[in-house]
Design a protein around this ligand. Structure first.
Ligand SMILES: Nc1ncnc2c1ncn2[C@@H]1O[C@H](COP(=O)(O)OP(=O)(O)O)[C@@H](O)[C@H]1O
Ligand SMILES: [Mg+2]
Length: 229
């Protein structure tokens, strides 16, 4: 079962009297355990594509399957449930809650959704340890570095073992070294957690010859062989 299958997806936004084409007949399949780096200039449609994959925006046309589930026919609450159970989201800014410890950042959503406290805490502790934050569970966001906050953000997105991890420019607020560490972490978690990852970055300096790279140009997707392969 693929984490994501998008077929012939088009998304437009209203633009004065006409429509702006943000995603143009895009197709993308991501297997579990696979990372796809989505690159391309600002305004080329990368975030729009992620929003469609996340079922946050319904496209004008095309098919989107998340973890094998056809999303086009789902209502609002079913999409919310799909996101909660199958999708992890990581945005540029960690948007953590100032008053919550690292551990609570991870458990709060699960607890609100009615999950048992004990199982949520066990999973959150294991995830924080696997992103290198063992012993930092009780720290508040202000007591963590930018790189550590982004690690909490990634760990939080992986709560509940989603099939699909969608990451939008996670390194843009970090220096090069911190950015490289976050990229390496996302690669490792993709394999360890067997999650299909789409990672948007305009910073191609963080990519390696082993990454599968897809380029976004004016809403269209083009497979790209990275330099050095
Ligand atoms: N909510 C929106 N309403 C109207 N136009 C939008 C909206 N979001 C993005 N756009 C436009 O869609 C195009 C693609 O934007 P975006 O997906 O954010 O690209 P990227 O993430 O590659 O920078 C741009 O022309 C942008 O201005
Ligand atoms: Mg963007």
């Amino acid at each position: 079962m693929n984490a994501l299958e998008m077929t012939d997806v088009t998304l437009t936004y209203p633009d004065g009297a006409s429509r702006l084409i943000a995603v143009d007949r895009a197709g993308l399949t991501v297997a579990r355990g696979e990372l796809v780096a989505l690159v391309g200039p600002s305004g080329s449609g990368k975030s729009s594509l992620l929003a469609v994959a996340a079922t946050l925006i319904t496209p004008d046309s095309g098919r989107v399957l998340v973890d094998g589930i056809e999303t086009g026919t789902l209502g609002r609450s079913a999409r919310t449930a799909l996101r909660r159970d199958h999708v992890g989201l990581v945005f540029q800014q960690p948007n953590l809650i100032d008053s919550l410890s690292a551990l609570d950042q991870l458990t709060v959503t699960a607890l609100l959704a009615g999950r048992s406290r004990r199982s949520a805490i066990v999973e959150a502790r294991a995830l924080l340890a696997s992103v290198g934050l063992d012993g930092q569970e009780s720290r508040l966001p202000a007591q963590l570095s930018g790189g550590q906050r982004q690690r909490v953000n990634i760990a939080r997105a992986l709560m509940g073992s989603p099939a699909l991890l969608l990451v939008d420019e996670p390194t843009s607020a970090l220096d090069h070294e911190r950015g490289a560490e976050v990229m390496a972490l996302i690669r490792r978690m993709t394999v360890e957690r067997n999650v299909g990852t789409v990672l948007v970055t305009h910073d191609t300096g963080h990519l390696t010859g082993h990454d599968r790279v897809v380029e976004c140009r004016d809403g269209r997707l083009l497979a790209r062989v990275p330099v050095g392969r």
